[in-house]
Design a protein around this ligand. Structure first.
Ligand code: DOR
Length: 436
């Protein structure tokens, strides 16, 4: 495997301090990090002026393969990831067919090995009757339960089914926490309204809180590892702040930090997602939860739908927004605006996801770790432009917003996969491994 030398980088330490230095990568690993390295390598990068970070791990994306490749596939999704400084992703099981058994998981792994330019891992999806599969299929980063219905057919909302899943097995359970009964009741209540903000009224804060309370109660009862996906409300933050078991982790997506119901005015159904965008008070509470460690990490819930589908009019419009290639610049722009620190960005987007999912040897810029890295430019600003988006759906809810922190190079397993606008399509990522 070719060696790589990154010279003159501003190397980020985990405490948020930065030093000028060189990094040498060999056999896919970070081999040496020093002030100056007098060493020859097969490829070298002059990283003057660029900030070197661990590659981002995005622990919640929907890449639509198999079944809806016209929206995204594992190749296009992985290229969007590379462009966004994301070197590993965990992908959700609500594909068509859904990933609910070993054969479907093997199929995804084989497809990913063929076409992914970054590292990949997959969830196994729970149904009411696949207990043996969710516990036995491997490698999987965890079990996904849709407690409320969203895109796709997966749903487990009956108490006895949830209880059986939590009671049997040890693998991490990640929940989409929205209360299905309340969603249905409120869909009936608000029937006839087609204005996009009604989406946030139907799937209100109470919907999310009830399901999160339910998942937490089951997790406590069985001491079962639980990850709360895309937490969106101040009430859930308060719930966890009062009592968060050591084996529970929680996540937010940038959309729930940076968008709120006021944005329906300009974005309409483009801003429609599940769980929905909330109020500015919820934005604030989620930021506070992150700062306090009540919320552990950031994922994007990258959920591509075409612009045409999104513009079909509510409620025909599907829920979800693309995000995998904008999350790092969005968060680094917040950092430059003093909303968070370099240490926090690394913890929330690199080390945090690796630890929550026990991903082996990832998420840190430390010698001996996998050489998954990104070099970003935090000096200049460039607006998000739909035509620059690598995702197959070519749009972003942040189009027009000037951001800094755009990746200039992304490195996966010691190989440059993205270089200043160009993707090296021949690079291949690897399947992630998880500690027991
Ligand atoms: O808005 C969403 N879109 N939320 C989900 O839970 C699923 C996702 C999708 O797959 O489109």
């Amino acid at each position: 495997m070719p060696t790589l030398l990154i010279r003159n980088a501003r190397v980020a330490r985990e405490d948020g301090t930065v030093f000028g230095g060189d990094v040498y990568c060999e056999n896919g690993l970070i081999a040496r990090i020093e002030g100056q390295l007098d060493i020859e390598a097969d490829e070298s990068i002059d990283a003057s002026g660029l900030l070197l970070l661990p590659g981002v791990i995005d622990p919640q994306v929907h890449f639509r393969e198999p079944g809806k490749e016209y929206k995204e596939d594992l190749g296009s999704g992985s290229r969007a990831a590379a462009k966004g400084g994301v070197t590993s992703f965990l992908e959700m099981p609500n594909t068509d067919p859904p990933t609910t058994n070993q054969a479907a998981l093997d199929d995804k792994l084989a497809r990913a090995a063929q076409k992914c330019v970054v590292n990949y891992g997959f969830f196994i999806g729970a149904t009411a009757d696949n207990l043996a599969e969710i516990n036995g299929s491997s490698p999987a980063c965890g079990i996904k339960i849709f407690m409320g219905s969203s895109t796709g057919s997966l749903l487990v909302d009956r108490e006895e089914d949830l209880e059986r899943i939590f009671a049997n097995g040890t693998r991490l359970i990640a929940v989409h926490a929205e209360d299905e009964a309340r969603i249905r009741e409120r869909q009936r209540k608000f029937a006839g309204r087609t204005d996009p903000p009604v989406h946030s009224e139907i799937r209100d804060n109470e919907c999310a809180l009830r399901a999160t309370e339910r998942a937490l109660a089951l997790s406590r009862k069985y001491r079962r590892r639980l990850h709360i996906l895309h937490m969106s409300t101040r009430e859930e933050v308060e719930l966890l702040r009062r009592n968060k078991p050591a084996w529970v982790t929680a996540e937010v997506v940038p959309n729930h930090l940076l968008l709120n119901v006021d944005d329906y005015q300009t974005l309409g159904t483009l801003a429609q997602m599940n769980p929905p965008i909330r109020t500015s008070a919820d934005n604030e509470a989620l930021w506070q939860g992150l700062h306090d460690g009540v919320v552990d990490l950031i994922a994007t819930d990258h959920a591509p739908h075409t612009l045409q589908e999104k513009q079909a009019g509510y409620p025909k419009s599907p829920s979800g927004m693309p995000g995998v290639e904008t999350s790092l610049p969005l968060m680094l722009t917040e950092m430059v605006n003093d909303r968070c620190t370099l240490a926090e960005v690394q913890r929330w987007m690199c080390r945090g996801p690796a630890e929550a999912y026990r991903i082996v040897n990832k998420g840190r810029l430390v010698s001996g770790y996998d050489a998954d890295l990104t070099l970003v430019d935090i000096e200049s600003y460039r607006p998000v432009r739909n035509e620059d988006m690598e995702t197959r759906v070519h749009w972003s809810p942040y189009a027009g917003k000037p951001l800094t922190g755009w990746p200039q190079y992304t490195i996966v397993g010691g190989q440059v996969v993205y270089e200043r606008g160009r993707i090296r399509e021949h690079v291949r990522g690897k399947a992630l491994r998880y500690a027991a």
